[in-house]
Design a protein around this ligand. Sequence first.
Ligand SMILES: *Cc1c(COP(=O)(O)O)cnc(C)c1O
Length: 373
Amino acid sequence: MKMDIMAGARLGIDLAAIADNYRVIKCLVAPAITGAVVKADAYGLGAARVVKLLQAEGCQHFFVAHLSEAMGLVDLVGPSGAIFILNGLQPGAETACVAIGAVPVLNSMYQIEQWNNLGIARGERLKAALQVDSGMARLGLPPAEVAQLLAHAHRLSHVELCLVMSHLACSDDPGAISNEQQFSVFKAISAHFPNIPRSLDNSGGCFLDRGHFDLVRPGIAIYGAAPRTGQNPMKPVVSLDARIIQVRAVPEGGSVGYGLAHLCTRASKIATIGVGYADGWPRYLSGKGAVYIAGVRAPIAGRVSMDSITVDVTDVPDRHLHPGALVELLGSNQTIDDVAHDAGTIAYEILTQLGARYHRDYRGIGATEPCGA
Ligand SMILES: *Cc1c(COP(=O)(O)O)cnc(C)c1O
């Protein structure tokens, strides 16, 4: 039996496209080194697979958000690579982090003190990255605290800094003035840490036309979504196809689904497909957005249910409407950026919510051209 007929939908993940996207960024930012953000299970696409794939492309710097995520990847990354924990550590988690050799990002004076104290207790210098806040006010030391830290160098007495980093607030908008401001602030602050590698750019930052310091940290662009609003030079990575469960005729004046929220204003054909909000298809798309059948747009009719959606297939020829026929939710007619737009959100949210119930079909490993080819 084909595995994918046991699930409501098939999620295609094109590994060759991930490798290509990584390589595009690598060429773009050279001589800066290209790391990869693999937090949230590589944005829902499978962190272990993505790490293996990118290692083959030469990637050695991986970023996750939590220690728990690092735990699952250390063996794979091995001693030649590094795993950075972007959120830093919860109080009490420091020893477990040392034990696996992951590198915490120290975001606050508190995190610095906890890490340095552990170094003192162990009688060794412990590797860490330092995040400074260049203007986003989310994580990292603001400039005044960096000044304090520099004035009290003993606070890092048992820390071996291996990266100074910051994060951009508006990198998806190349016209935003804050991009230049943050660049200058970061340049000035990081100059106080000579000979320590510097990292500022996420995906959007990699596409800004200026230098990229020593290491970049792209995520979303590797996974095929747009690094800047309205412009996507990346190869698409995910496709999502669901199968038709049932098709019915609904007369003019009939209503469909929960709340009877969709009123058929003409005699209609309604198809039910096996994807719902429990699969990460946003309930916000109730009565908005569409799927495609044989290239024909079929609008979502009524509310998105937990396990299914009803779509208006009145305009789709009957020969495409048999039980088991494939319906495109993500693919050549509809990108992840399109769906995010319809759902009033960003591609990051659509990707990271991708369902655990999909049949996953990983495709196309390998074969890509080297830089400059
Ligand atoms: C998530 C994250 C990234 C990756 O951002 P993308 O926009 O997906 O490229 C980089 N740096 C930090 C600190 C992050 O939190």
